[in-house]
Design a binder for this molecule. Structure first.
Ligand code: AMP
Ligand code: GLY
Length: 422
């Protein structure tokens, strides 16, 4: 049986590895993949944005399942295109992927479903945005996909005006309204759930580190590290949060005739008043997946396949997890996130211990065979251990063996978990 994974990052590398562990022993293909994924799957040079090329590939290879990593092809309708060609695909159709493709739509669904979220207003003009803010800091969000650059936490009116002007007048991310919302305080949590259109089943919780700098300083990135599980969020609490923020959305989208199949990712703030949804994503998180999937004991291929059919997850045992902790440290390129430099030579990978999982992201192979940086986030290093401290030590020991010019990494990934769980 062949499975096609779409994407080229560390998330897709982790998905490929987990699929390879399936007792169904699938042949795993990846489009387009990267030099690291090529060691674990057959890579085919079709871009994740080439929808018709991907459909032709799935048909030509007779892939039993296509698993879509990134959001853009889902929002663009890759699942619709594959299903129209009679092919099974893991990931929502375009109508349900709007949950990530439009923040205004997501808010509307949350309101209809009764999901707790920050108070908000959707606005089309900067002056309406400013009028909607009664307290600072406030959060200004571009409606559409913006590769992690569409959210500004404005400390004062000048910053809010700047963000509203960039999004609504200069249109730096294209056309679309803006969501202005209340700033929430607390700890962030990424809770993902497998969904079959009817039922939502939570995965192990994770935490993500979005800012470039230690202590959550500097600009937002795609994510500089992650860990799983999360102290204080045991299985029972995970199920309770899923019942409060995932299941109602699955019910609401089903009611609207646009059922959600795939993985629904809730980015949450655990506030003093309970969990509040910051955003939904309609795919696996990057880099959460690199910390979560190495801990999955159940058959990922079976779970993903079940998500494609209505009711497929009904009666299935909850996924089982390795008791160990996983900590993922991202190695990013020089000058990330602004304009990452590429072409720096990566060294030391061969020195990394076998027990540590290194997944590849923005990398390329030079004509002379050397591995080069080729994107913002370059490599992910995941350590596992009986305690958060041991997992963290394993990840950092390995990360420090891998070098390239201008390498950036955060030194405080999972530090809070280490302090809480000794
Ligand atoms: P989003 O893409 O909506 O998850 O926003 C990116 C990041 O901005 C989140 O991970 C939070 O760190 C921060 N953020 C978004 N919305 C809020 C909010 N309402 N209050 C505080 N921080 C927020
Ligand atoms: N880790 C954040 C994201 O995948 O969007």
């Amino acid at each position: 049986m062949k499975v096609l994974v779409v994407g080229a990052g560390g998330r897709e590398h982790a998905i490929v590895r987990a699929l390879r562990r399936s007792p169904q022993a699938p042949e795993v293909l990846c489009a387009p993949g990267n030099p690291g994924i090529a060691a674990d799957a057959r890579c085919v040079a079709v871009a994740a944005s080439d929808l018709s090329g991907l459909v032709a590939l799935a048909e030509g290879e007779d892939a039993a399942l296509t698993v879509v990593g990134p959001e853009a092809p889902l929002v663009a309708g890759l699942t619709d295109a594959l299903q129209n060609a009679g092919r099974a695909c893991f990931g929502p159709r375009g109508a349900a992927a709007r949950l990530e493709g439009s923040k205004a739509f997501a808010k509307d669904v949350m309101a209809a479903a009764g999901v707790p979220t920050a108070a908000w207003r959707t606005v089309e003009r900067p002056e309406d945005g400013l009028a909607a803010i009664d307290r600072y800091p406030a959060v200004v969000k571009f409606d559409g996909l913006a590769a992690g650059k569409g959210v500004v936490v404005a400390a004062d009116e000048a910053q809010a005006r700047g963000a509203l002007d960039a999004f609504l007048v200069q249109r730096v991310h294209g056309d679309g309204p803006v969501v202005v919302e209340e700033f929430l305080e607390g700890e962030e949590l990424s809770l993902l759930a497998f969904c079959d259109g009817e039922v939502a089943v939570p995965l192990a919780p994770a935490q993500d580190f979005k800012r470039i700098g230690d202590g959550d300083t500097g600009p937002n990135t795609g994510g500089m590290g992650s860990y799983s599980p999360v102290p204080g969020v045991d299985e029972e609490r995970g199920r309770a949060i899923c019942a409060e923020v995932h299941q109602p959305v699955v019910d609401e989208l089903r009611r609207r005739g646009t059922p959600f199949h795939g993985v629904l990712y809730a980015g949450l703030m655990l506030t003093a008043d309970g969990p509040r949804v910051l955003e939904y994503n309609v795919r696996f998180g990057d880099p959460e997946t690199q910390a979560v999937l190495p801990r999955l004991r159940s058959d990922l291929l079976d779970l993903l396949t079940r998500c494609t059919a209505p009711g497929g997850l009904r009666g299935v045992a909850a996924p089982s997890w390795d008791e160990r902790w996983a900590v993922t440290v991202v190695l990013a390129a020089a000058n990330y996130p602004a304009a990452p430099r590429t072409g720096d030579v990566i060294e030391g990978l061969e020195r990394v211990d076998r027990g540590v999982e290194v997944t590849y992201a923005g990398t390329a192979t030079a004509p002379d065979g050397r591995l080069l940086t080729a994107g913002g986030r370059v490599l992910n290093v995941t350590g596992l251990g009986a305690t958060p401290g041991q997992a963290r030590d394993a990840a950092y020991a390995a990360a420090d063996l891998i070098t390239f010019e201008g390498r950036q990494l955060r030194r405080d990934i999972a530090l809070r978990a280490v302090e809480r769980v000794r």
